[in-house]
Design a protein. Structure first.
Lengths: 252, 252
DNA sequence: ACGTATTTGTTCGTATGTATT
DNA sequence: CAATACATACGAACAAATACG
């Protein structure tokens, strides 16, 4: 069933194992249950150390959660990846035990030449668009618009995004997930429409986060998120020795 | 020199080692050279595997770079990242060859109980206050207000801050410079006064950066900076492997 | 409620490969 | 070429958390 690993030294065993596990996760091979370390050592005929190295990478990338005594379970929840500032906001909220959900405002195909340019596509290219109002508990926290190349994102058409993270669906159905990219953050005065959606008062400001996600060198995601500035802000701790990494969190 | 690790099982050895290495990095212990794996195994009397676990975390957090044959070298990054976002803005502007200067709006002693509380001082304590309008070339970019304990900052009274950085004067005259602290960033609609100072149009937003600077564990600086949001914003590049670190720069 | 089996986490040891000095 | 230093890979044992009878 599983191809044996190449031991000529062309590539490390754990990297091959990791790649094969990613492939099989996307294929849905482990939908019922993810194998234990021992099972993987036997199936691939490698040491447990090698298994742990490979599975550890999957864990750090947020594809798995491992727990002593319980085993490894594939992460399907509303968990974007540990990537950039946007993720940290939603992770922080999750960590505080507030349930997140979304109201899907739009889901389907559109054409937008500006976005197409960001994604490196020709003008007029079909785009998959997902527009959501995101809630922390019952309180609206952000308006989130994401565009992906329609060709790539076609399998997402039937997904329910009210409780599912875009990246998890992308990984599960399209076999890819942004692995690099950049974000750009500006302060804005929200539009009337945004103010209405977010229940913002007059005279308040918001963050506008623009985000480009790349996979295998190609742009696959353009996202614009408007985040309430009265409830959320960026934090950074810094010291002379360590670089400051900002995170987004509630103002308390 | 280095405290031995606790082997009662209260915490994993690698976590203790990681913490100690972080501490020593901050202290500057390894400024000349970071130890090799072998040296760490001998110094801390743990196995190489344990060393790799600890140092691997530092590497993933971007504090170190490890290379075969070469060793581990501390990642000092760009100078801009080391002192938070505010510093990075001014460094970025400097790097682009734009001359910076400031118009001093206020320089002297004041009393402000809110600020005193931030600095951990008693209400009514005398504070040194510096308020500046900062320019990049001829264009105003930020309103910058800084408070320091008057006792500490007394030697700054006669300085000319129109062309001098606060930290350089602080280091030169007071013998200290913030080595740790935190920042908090919110989007705001500027006040009429701020809008006038920054030549901002109606309906534009700005960043409000609050900053607490510490030296030797004590708060020595409280700063509130209003930065034009139409000309400057935050950027972050991220990848699945390294955490995103944000920097502030012009919109171009 | 308790003890046992399972599963991941931690830690040691050892050997070899590969890139740099 | 030799020495150094990190990467990869094997093996083994115990600890800690969980699941199950």
């Amino acid at each position: 069933m599983t191809a044996p690993l190449d031991r000529t030294g062309s590539q490390s065993l754990w990297a091959q194992l990791e790649a094969d596990l990613r492939r099989r996760i996307e294929l849905g091979d482990f939908d019922r249950r993810f194998p234990t370390d021992l099972e993987l050592t036997e199936e691939y005929e490698v040491s447990r150390h090698t298994v742990r190295e490979a599975v550890g990478h999957l864990q750090r990338d947020g594809l798995l959660k491992r727990q002593r005594g319980r085993g490894s379970v594939i992460e399907r929840g509303e968990f974007d990846q540990r990537l950039g500032a946007l993720y940290s906001l939603f992770a922080e909220i999750e960590a505080q035990g507030v349930e997140q959900c979304s109201e899907v405002l739009f889901l389907g195909e559109t054409v937008d030449d500006e976005v197409a340019a960001q994604l490196g596509l020709d003008a007029g290219s079909a785009l998959f668009k997902l527009e959501r109002l995101r809630f922390a508990g019952t309180e609206p926290l952000a308006v989130d618009r994401a565009w992906l190349p329609a060709e790539l994102a076609a399998p997402l058409a039937g997904s329910d995004f009210s409780h599912t993270a875009l990246y998890n669906e992308l990984a599960a159905r399209c076999g890819c997930r942004p692995d690099r990219g950049w974000e750009r953050i500006t302060p804005v005065v929200p539009t009337d429409e945004e103010r209405a959606l977010l229940a913002l008062e007059d005279g308040t400001a918001a963050f506008r986060v623009e985000r480009l996600g790349q996979y295998d060198g190609a742009a696959i995601e353009w996202r614009v998120t408007i985040i309430r500035g009265d409830r959320y802000r960026f934090f950074a701790d810094w010291s002379a020795a360590t670089p400051a990494s900002l995170r987004l969190g509630p103002t308390h």
